[in-house]
Design a protein around this ligand. Structure first.
Ligand code: ADP
Length: 170
């Protein structure tokens, strides 16, 4: 038996969404282990502190021993080497995602040709979900059912001044 096939799933996860979770669940069909890497070196100012993002992800995959989560700083390919991941996993929602990912892929190959990135297309149910849009909904105290796991929704509703919002009428 060779080394376990380990993939790094890097991102900001600010917060983790059902879109990320779907990609991770499908990634588990391809890889023995997935390490979710919360990257701390982006220029974006996050809405949620790293420890909170980490706890939410830990809770989401509490019953899945093949998934773990870490915070990291610096180059993604370097972190992949550190944790002995031979692969990177990313999700693709749309053409702009493709353009963006293509450049990162070329850069990562230039930095470390030994690490291969795999892409999974998002499902129609989650292809409109992004952490950026979810943060907008949170800012304006909208309802979050179907976008995030329920334990995260519960924590976020606890911060809404008016509590749990009413779902929009059909
Ligand atoms: P980044 O800050 O690098 O964009 P994100 O946390 O937003 O990180 O996303 C991490 C990965 O998850 C990226 O590959 C992104 O394309 C993918 N992803 C995010 N949302 C979805 C979704 N709804 N469906 C599929 N993939 C997604």
């Amino acid at each position: 038996m060779g080394a376990p096939k380990r993939a790094l799933f890097p991102g900001s996860f600010d917060p983790i969404t059902n879109g990320h979770i779907e990609i991770i669940q499908r990634g588990l069909l391809l890889f023995d282990e997935i390490v979710i890497g919360i990257g701390l070196n982006t220029s974006k100012q996050p809405m949620f502190p790293p420890q909170q993002r980490l706890r939410w992800i830990e809770e989401t995959f509490r019953d899945q021993p093949r998934v773990r989560v870490c915070l990291y700083e610096g180059l993604t390919v370097r972190f992949a080497r550190q944790i002995e991941a031979q692969f990177i996993l990313r999700g693709l929602r749309s053409a702009p995602d493709y353009e963006y990912e293509r450049n990162i892929d070329l850069l990562n190959k230039y930095l470390d040709p030994g690490i291969e990135t795999f892409y999974l297309m998002s499902s129609p149910e989650t292809s409109f979900v992004s952490s950026t849009l979810v943060r907008e909904v949170i800012r304006f105290h909208g309802h979050l059912e179907g976008l995030l796991p329920s334990h995260i929704i519960r924590d976020i509703y606890a911060t809404y001044p008016e509590g749990k919002p009413l779902p929009s009428l059909p």
